[in-house]
Design a protein around this ligand. Structure first.
Ligand SMILES: Nc1ncnc2c1ncn2[C@@H]1O[C@H](COP(=O)(O)OP(=O)(O)OP(=O)(O)O)[C@@H](O)[C@H]1O
Ligand SMILES: [Mg+2]
Length: 489
């Protein structure tokens, strides 16, 4: 094992070095804090360091503070050497991030014992990291496998469905009643399996952040009416009445109509499945200040407080419904949550056992795509807004990187116009943060900067495709066109 030592006193340094080398350690000796820091910040830094506290230029505690605040790939175990005996001082060193300490003049036996403790900690740490890496790999493998299998099953299923449907239509000759019954059951099961596979695929896409929304101005009221019609029959079979509560005949919203249908479908099919005969279910939309509040309220079996907390996790089921018919897999709500959140909305449930459940979700009350403009210079934000104001957009403005990330995560804009040079979290940092969150990773970004851009510093630049870059001052027409094409594509 390699050990870094930092000690300005020549004799102490030599003593430390020979004592450790005698025990078979590979020692990197430095004379001060700056040298030590350079070694620690390098690519193959030793995992254990013994730092003297009192050193010229940068002392041991400064090195530790530096190290702990920098985001290092690996953890360095640090033993602080101190000639000071006061309890307070040791506390300061440990608070700063030292793992252990050794008093000078040190005794060789104690030195080796403390180094061995460090070695044990490092081994445990390395084992843990190994486990985590393996678990992540396995998890990814499982996800890829699920996505691949689901995908590969779809084609043969479609072929089977086609064949059975044709037979049922009599294309291959007249069927007798038994044959028609058997094929009818087969078709029903094929449909069920197709639904399940589609759900599994959707879920793996949501988890990987690969769900792509095709947003446009749509009518939420139309979606609600469509959902009612789609479920009239299956509700009717259970004697359940479906009701609609809308405050307006049309509710325009900028969203992906298919995905919103899917959310309603999942909630309504649950409501029907978990509501006994002869009750009612209400679908509605309330208009709030900034949001639409959509809900599906049932008078069914309800959900306990404890279960409400786990409701949206995948493969969670609380009540297997007895008897024949399609039983779920417990992913309908996981998908619904993924789709709502991708729109920048929230989803939650309120319930009383035995009385019923209401599922609510919100959608931003905007009928146009949202453009988030980020620049620390307020005047610049205003100029960009003015240039883009001829387009049909809703604008959000952020004056710092931190604010930009918060808004992007809570509002899910259709695109972001981003300045790169900002105090605090700069444009590179913003991109890094957004790309590392599955929800925001595919929000298109347009870089608008006056400084030279360093492509190497842009995270995900190689795999995600180039981020368009424009230099200030920008030609209005070019900016308008770029924003439009980023939103459209
Ligand atoms: N309206 C409801 N009333 C009571 N319980 C509900 C309701 N909706 C969902 N649940 C409970 O939450 C669980 C999870 O619902 P979810 O839609 O995710 O899965 P599922 O309906 O079992 O299967 P599927 O994947 O086909 O949707 C259900 O199994 C059920 O126990
Ligand atoms: Mg369901």
């Amino acid at each position: 094992m390699r050990i870094l030592i930092a000690e300005d006193d020549n004799i102490s340094r030599k003593l430390l070095k020979t004592s450790l080398e005698k025990r078979g350690y590979d020692v990197v000796a430095t004379k001060n804090g700056v040298e030590a820091w350079n070694v620690l910040a390098s690519n193959d830094a030793p995992q254990l360091a013994i730092l003297d506290w009192m050193m010229p230029e940068m002392d041991g505690v400064d090195v530790i503070r530096h190290l702990r605040s920098a985001k290092m790939k690996q953890y360095t175990y640090i033993i602080l050497l101190t000639a000071k005996g006061h309890q307070d001082d040791i506390a300061t060193g440990l608070e700063a991030g030292a793992d252990d300490y050794l008093r000078k003049p040190f005794n060789a036996k104690e030195l080796h014992a403390r180094v061995r403790v460090g070695q044990r900690m490092i081994e445990i740490q390395n084992q843990l990291e190994d486990h985590i890496r393996r678990l992540k790999e396995l998890d990814q493998l499982k996800k890829d496998f699920l996505a691949m299998v689901s995908h590969e099953l779809r084609t043969p299923l479609a072929v089977m469905k086609g064949g059975v449907s044709l037979c049922l239509d009599g294309v291959a000759g007249q069927l007798n009643d038994t044959q028609a019954d058997l094929l009818g059951d087969t078709l029903e099961n094929i449909d069920q399996l197709t639904r399940l596979i589609t759900d599994l695929l959707d879920m793996s896409k949501i988890e990987a952040g690969k769900i792509v929304l095709r947003r446009d101005t749509m009518d939420l009221a139309f979606s609600v009416r469509k959902a009612l019609n789609a479920f009239k029959y299956s509700a009717g079979e259970k004697g359940i009445t479906l009701k609609i509560a809308l405050n307006a005949s049309s509710l325009p919203v900028y969203a992906d109509a298919d995905k919103i249908d899917q959310v309603f479908n999942n909630l309504i099919s649950n409501a029907i499945r978990y509501t006994p005969e002869n009750k009612e279910i209400t679908l509605g939309v309330d208009i709030l200040a900034n949001d639409y509040l959509c809900y599906v309220a049932d008078t069914g079996i309800g959900i306990s407080d404890n279960n409400l907390k786990k409701l949206f996790s995948k493969f969670t089921q609380f009540s297997r419904v007895d008897g024949p018919g399609y039983k779920g897999t417990g992913i309908g709500l996981t998908i619904a949550r993924g789709l709502v959140e991708k729109h920048g909305g929230k989803i939650w449930a309120e319930s009383k056992e035995g009385e019923g459940t209401t599922f609510n979700f919100t959608l931003k009350r905007r009928d146009r795509p949202t453009v988030l403009i980020v620049d620390d210079e307020p005047k610049m934000v205003d100029v960009i807004e003015k240039v883009l104001s001829h387009g049909n957009y809703h604008f959000l403005k952020a004056y710092s990187g931190e604010e930009a990330c918060e808004l992007a995560q809570s509002e899910m804009p259709a695109m972001i116009v981003l300045d790169m040079v900002m105090p605090g979290l700069d444009g590179y940092g913003v991109i890094d943060k957004l790309k590392n969150d599955v929800r925001t990773q595919d929000i298109p970004v347009l870089i608008l900067s006056s400084a030279q851009i360093e492509p190497d510093k842009i995270s995900g630049e190689n795999d995600a495709g180039a981020i368009p870059i424009m230099t200030k001052p920008v030609k209005p027409k070019k900016l308008i066109d770029s924003v439009e094409s980023l939103i459209k594509n």
